[in-house]
Design a protein around this ligand. Structure first.
Ligand SMILES: O=C(O)CCC(=O)C(=O)O
Ligand SMILES: [Fe+2]
Length: 348
């Protein structure tokens, strides 16, 4: 499968002119209609910015479990930030071999390192729990990457608005974020610990799923294993290419494009190559989500329940009660009887 490559430099988007945006919107339209994904190159984010975040991730994820658990994710409704330990999430039949650290980006990330007291506060805006002593430089690196990803995503939102036949600022007006305390706008730092080739028989690095976001920007190191599913159900590799970012179509744009674009199902498998599976894999995922109070699908979507829930409630229902929306988002099974109390099982 040929993954469409979009060279962001070609459009000279700094000028912000409509003709350039139109060209980008045509490329996005083609990529999302055909494959549900694209590879972005010359996107303005430097290798150094990305490497700095990976360096922090590597330091954090290699800490003893007990220390990482001091930063534990407190639950979905509470605060969508913090550490998610190995075995906490489960997105399908096989156990997922990943751990992650979520940072909420709807509000500005804090401009100072946080004290132990701050960390206990559940209402802290955009709290990024990585303090300077534990993981030097991680917070600053994440802030820098976040501001660049935000700029990139706002251009994509504008171009996608045109692609779905709307005014340029249509999607931006649904993705304002500021002060949205219920937002699921997140950066997810992922870590896939070293494993062995036999593990692939009983487990997977990340079970197949579609993202709930509008679209997702995905950065990965060179370990591989990320795959997308084509319209015939075949899996194809989303091979790592230095300095490129994978853009994935997700559910909100599927609904708001009136199903013209389909959210790409994807997964991360354990690489067959032994050196790769015995190595950690790191990724950075930027979920571009609409604001919490925005309808999860348009009122014109006749195949979906009306009136639509808002994005926040929709996400909560799907994540907390996976059976509820099965017909609409392919959430297929209720909690597995095998699940332990602390495991969130999410079938998409
Ligand atoms: O880590 C990856 O490459 C994929 C993770 C993913 O699909 C997700 O977090 O939704
Ligand atoms: Fe995903």
């Amino acid at each position: 499968m040929e993954i469409p490559v979009i060279d962001m430099e070609k459009f000279d988007l700094r000028e912000g002119s409509i003709p350039n945006l139109l060209q980008l919107s045509e490329c996005l339209d083609e990529a999302f209609s055909k494959t549900g994904c694209a590879r972005l190159i010359n996107h303005g984010i430097t290798t150094q910015q990305i490497e700095n975040v990976y360096a922090g991730s590597s330091l954090f994820f290699n800490l003893p479990e007990e220390l990482k658990n001091r930063y534990k994710h407190a639950g979905l409704e509470d605060s969508t930030v913090g550490y998610i330990g190995l075995g906490t999430e489960r997105y399908g039949d096989k156990p997922d071999l990943h751990e992650a650290y979520l940072i909420r980006t709807a509000e500005d990330l804090p401009s100072k390192d946080l004290t132990a007291e701050d960390l206990q506060r559940k209402d802290l805006p955009g709290k990024n729990l990585a303090d300077k002593d534990l993981v030097p430089g991680w917070r600053i690196a994440t802030e820098s990457l976040h501001s660049s990803l935000k700029i990139l995503s706002s251009v994509i939102l504008d171009a996608l608005s045109l692609a779905i036949g709307k005014e340029r600022d249509y999607l931006a007006s649904l993705h304002r974020s500021e002060g949205d305390k219920k937002s699921f706008k997140l950066i997810r730092m992922g870590h896939y610990p070293p494993t062995n080739p036999d593990a692939a028989q009983t487990s997977i690095r990340f079970n197949e799923h579609c993202d709930f976001s509008t679209f997702t920007l995905l950065l990965q190191d060179n370990m591989g294993g990320l795959q997308g599913q084509d319209k015939d159900g075949n899996w194809f590799d989303l091979t790592p290419e230095p300095d490129s970012i994978i853009l994935l179509a997700a559910q909100f744009i599927q609904f708001y494009s009136n199903e013209k674009y389909k959210a790409l199902r994807h997964r991360v498998i354990i690489p067959e190559e032994e050196v790769k599976c015995r190595h950690s894999r790191y990724s950075i995922i930027y979920f571009v989500n609409a604001d919490g109070q925005v309808p999860a699908w348009p009122s014109t979507a006749t195949h979906l329940p009306q009136p639509p829930p808002n994005v926040h409630d929709h996400m909560m229902s799907v994540l907390v009660n996976p059976g509820l929306y099965c017909t609409y988002v392919r959430v297929s099974t209720m909690l597995s009887p095998k699940s332990s109390k602390n495991t969130i099982i999410i079938y998409l």
